[in-house]
Design a protein around this ligand. Structure first.
Ligand SMILES: [Zn+2]
Length: 140
């Protein structure tokens, strides 16, 4: 019988039985790192439905702790599973386009705005609108 266990410390599947605990639980020992641990129901192989659900949730960028609570899997198993999934599927970084164009509205647009309002007497002059000398000079 193959023991489908995952070492909670190093993630190795090379696990051997190591007697029973004083409570009668099966003891296991990791052959890779030597970690000893007792059987935990959550470490049993996950049903396909659970894995499929977990995989869908992983694509939703939900925190692992939330997925673990929603699907009743252990966070340690989920972490190992998520690492395997993310390694298998190359992640495409979300590209956020930088805002284009000048931050301030162009003076030309202000000119046309003022003009359409019918106020041809005053307007902004020049592009140095931070300079008070350029504010509201007589226009024509
Ligand atoms: Zn180990």
């Amino acid at each position: 019988m193959t023991i489908e266990m995952t070492c909670p410390t190093c993630g190795s599947h090379d696990i051997s039985k190591n007697g029973t605990s004083h409570r009668g639980k099966q003891n296991y020992k990791c052959r890779d790192c030597g970690r000893q641990f007792v059987e935990d129901p959550q470490w049993r192989p996950k049903p396909k439905e659970t894995k499929a659900l977990v995989n869908r949730l992983l694509q939703e960028k939900i925190p692992l702790a939330g997925i673990a609570r929603a699907t009743a899997v252990s966070e340690s198993w989920l972490q190992g599973h998520a690492n395997a999934v993310y390694e298998a599927v190359p992640q495409t970084a979300a590209v956020i386009p930088k805002p284009k164009g000048p931050l301030a509205v162009q003076m030309d647009e202000l000119w046309s705005f003022v003009g359409h309002k019918g106020n041809k007497q005053w307007g902004l002059v020049g592009h140095g609108c931070q300079d008070p000398r350029n504010y509201w000079l007589p226009h024509r």
